[in-house]
Write a protein that binds this ligand. Structure first.
Ligand SMILES: [Zn+2]
Length: 333
């Protein structure tokens, strides 16, 4: 990397595209966001690249001052192929357009969850660690994995997909087509389902129920409120969540033994209600040598992806551009 240059991090989300310029010391000197749009043809891609270029130039930065661009995308990145079911984009065309808009600055692409994990490892709650697992608890359960400083994507681009680890064989059906995935128990949607099943279990006197009821199938915040008010359904919902997630994390630890496990996403906001139970569950299931692994909340929140994408570009920068312009996560850092 060139310590005198700035690196552009682009975190391409389902609703918003976040942009930020980051230097080699982790100073975020500018940030902006654009609405997500379809990027399927040259017109779309050129307009997007022009907007990114305007952001950079509007910060008073010439393209020549950029050391590289990191592009985090919501899906599988695997050896030059990109699968982003929730975003309609022709990624090679997007990259070509960005490269043209930014004076042939090299573009490095990685999965957004891995970007967030790399950002946390660099400037967030994973500082001083070499191996980090970031679990993002939202409507689903995403995860990013950095091992010994390397972004891990695996043979099929699916490494670290903790959300689809089976924790209940034959359990709740999952959108992935299988059943019993931890996402079905520990995401916002899973927590709400835990709450509903607790209410229907017959284990509790309805007189103990609070008036906090989820207004939709991802309203985990209502479950948090219920738990805080002593509602046994809320307490059970979070106990189930902690048990299933702790079980899954313990299995991950057996394989990659991360230095630290971080929790991000909207559901991490309720960690005060379940973190102790999660740690206890993890320790009850894990291999003894991994029992001291810390589990704590991420700190960069919405900026983690931008930091991580920029860092990825930074780490890729020393590579010979003539060998490969668009780096895959499985390309060694
Ligand atoms: Zn699944």
């Amino acid at each position: 990397m060139d310590e005198g240059k700035l690196y552009l991090g682009i975190d391409y989300g389902g609703n918003t595209v976040k942009l930020g310029l980051v230097d080699a010391f982790g100073n975020l000197s500018g940030r902006d966001s654009l609405p997500t749009s379809n990027l399927l043809d040259k017109v779309d891609c050129r307009a997007f690249a022009a907007a990114v270029g305007e952001f950079v130039h509007g910060m008073g930065i010439y393209s020549s001052e950029l050391g590289g661009v990191g592009l985090a995308i919501p899906g599988i990145v695997n050896r030059g192929t990109y699968l982003t079911p929730n975003v309609k984009a022709d990624w090679p065309l997007v990259m070509k357009s960005l490269e043209q808009s930014l004076s042939k600055t090299s573009i490095s692409v990685l999965n957004d969850a891995n970007a967030a994990a790399l950002g946390e490892l660099w400037m967030g709650a994973g500082e001083n660690a070499r191996s980090v697992l970031l679990v993002t608890l939202g409507s689903g359960l995403g995860s990013g994995l950095i091992v010994e400083g390397q972004v891990i994507s695996g043979g099929n681009g699916a490494a670290g997909e903790v959300g689809h680890m089976t924790v209940v064989p034959g359990g709740r059906p999952c959108k992935c087509g299988r059943a019993g995935c931890v996402e079905r128990y520990a995401s916002a949607r899973g927590i709400v389902q835990n709450f509903i099943e607790a209410g229907e279990s017959g284990d509790y006197d309805p007189a103990q129920f609070s008036n906090h009821e989820p207004v939709n199938d991802t309203d985990a915040l209502a479950v948090f409120d219920a738990a805080r008010s002593g509602d046994p359904r809320g307490k059970r919902a979070l106990a189930v969540m902690a048990d299933k997630l702790g079980f899954a994390l313990a299995q991950v630890a057996c394989v990659v033994d991360p230095d630290v496990i971080l929790l991000g996403g909207g559901i991490a906001a309720g960690a005060d209600l379940y973190l102790d139970a999660l740690k206890a569950a993890y320790r009850s299931y894990c291999f003894e040598a991994c029992s001291s692994t810390e589990i704590r909340c991420a700190t960069l929140l919405g900026d983690a992806g931008v930091y991580g994408a920029a860092r990825y570009a930074m780490l890729a920068a020393p590579r010979d551009k003539s060998q490969r312009d668009w780096l895959d996560p499985d390309f060694g850092l």
